[in-house]
Design a protein around this ligand. Structure first.
Ligand code: DHB
Ligand code: FE
Length: 304
């Protein structure tokens, strides 16, 4: 009684949020970036989900360096916007979906992934910037995000971080969890899974400013066509080719793993499903220090 209709992938640069908040989005520097998301905003309006399962990373905001969960699922009814040093961003709070989130926690933990359950946390630019990019600017008082969001935080800040293979496998477990949900009112929930962060960027050290657009484009192509092979890529390749913060890209593999074309041996599936339909792909360089990438995939079984 819940199905995954699509997955969405996007970078999360904080300066994108600042550009929107300060009304700079029509300036020449930002215009080409926001133009690349016009089609996505139209698509989201036409394909509004009931819930977004949003995979992102916290930047030592909700979780300090004193306590760092590898995978944390938000089970709260709502999430306040974090103060990242300049006051909280002027965007609406995020409404959660405790029933579905608790079910996913139960199912995924029983599938042997150790999730941290988070009943209270603030969310930073890692979550709010992707929402802005797809949903547009929202008034902090009178506006609202289009649907409830389940925040799913992944540690990509402090080593050791999870492997691409573990992220892809986790995506498959999340798909099993979502598809086994029974909503109290019997209605089928339309769920999108979003994978965020990346693409190439390095914010520190002698290689600060690194961007590798060719590698980023190849990453997206491999992620669409052969995610099982891409999942085998070791961390050192991400860091060497995409910079220290490029490791955020492993989170895209969680969303990709939740798509129904991937064979799920834990369910006894012997064949893979139909390839997803690519709705939109976009690259832009640079936004602040980052190479921006964006992709939308729809499950092929979905009928409009
Ligand atoms: C930048 C990118 C990030 O992913 C981040 O978390 C902070 C800053 C940047 O490009 O400036
Ligand atoms: Fe980041």
């Amino acid at each position: 009684m819940a199905k995954i209709t699509a997955s969405v992938y996007t970078s999360h640069v904080p300066a994108i949020g600042a550009a929107l908040d300060l009304g700079k989005d029509h300036e020449p520097y930002w215009q080409p970036l926001f133009k690349g998301y016009e089609k996505s905003k139209e698509w989201l309006k036409a394909n509004k989900p009931d819930v977004i399962f949003l995979v992102y990373n916290d930047h030592a905001t909700a979780f300090s360096l004193e306590m760092i969960p590898t995978f944390a699922i938000g089970t709260a009814a709502s999430y306040n916007i974090a103060d990242e040093g300049f006051g909280p961003r002027p965007v609406p709070p995020v409404v959660g979906h405790p029933e579905l989130a608790s079910h996913i926690a139960q199912s995924v933990i029983q599938q042997d992934f150790d999730l941290t359950i988070v009943n209270k946390m603030d969310v930073d630019h890692g979550l709010t910037v992707p929402l802005n990019l797809l949903c547009g600017k929202q008034d902090p008082q009178t506006g609202a995000w289009p649907c409830p969001v389940i925040p799913f935080a992944v540690n990509v800040v402090q080593y050791p971080v999870p492997s691409g293979q573990r992220c892809l496998n986790l995506g498959k477990a999340i798909r099993r969890a979502i598809e086994s949900y029974e909503s109290p009112d019997g209605k089928e929930l339309n769920v999108q899974v979003w994978g965020t962060g990346g693409m190439s960027h390095q914010l520190q050290g002698p290689r600060a400013g690194l961007i590798n657009l060719d590698w980023d484009k190849a990453f997206v192509e491999r992620m669409v066509k052969d995610p099982e092979d891409l999942a085998k890529m070791p961390h050192i390749d991400y860091v060497r080719e995409a910079g220290s913060e490029g490791i955020e890209l492993v989170m895209w593999l969680i969303a990709r793993g939740a798509m129904s074309d991937l064979r799920d041996s834990a369910r006894g599936e012997s064949t893979a499903g139909k390839a997803p339909q690519e709705i939109h792909r976009f690259h832009h360089v640079p936004a602040s220090n980052t190479s921006v990438g964006h992709l939308i995939l729809e499950n092929s079984s979905i009928t409009h």
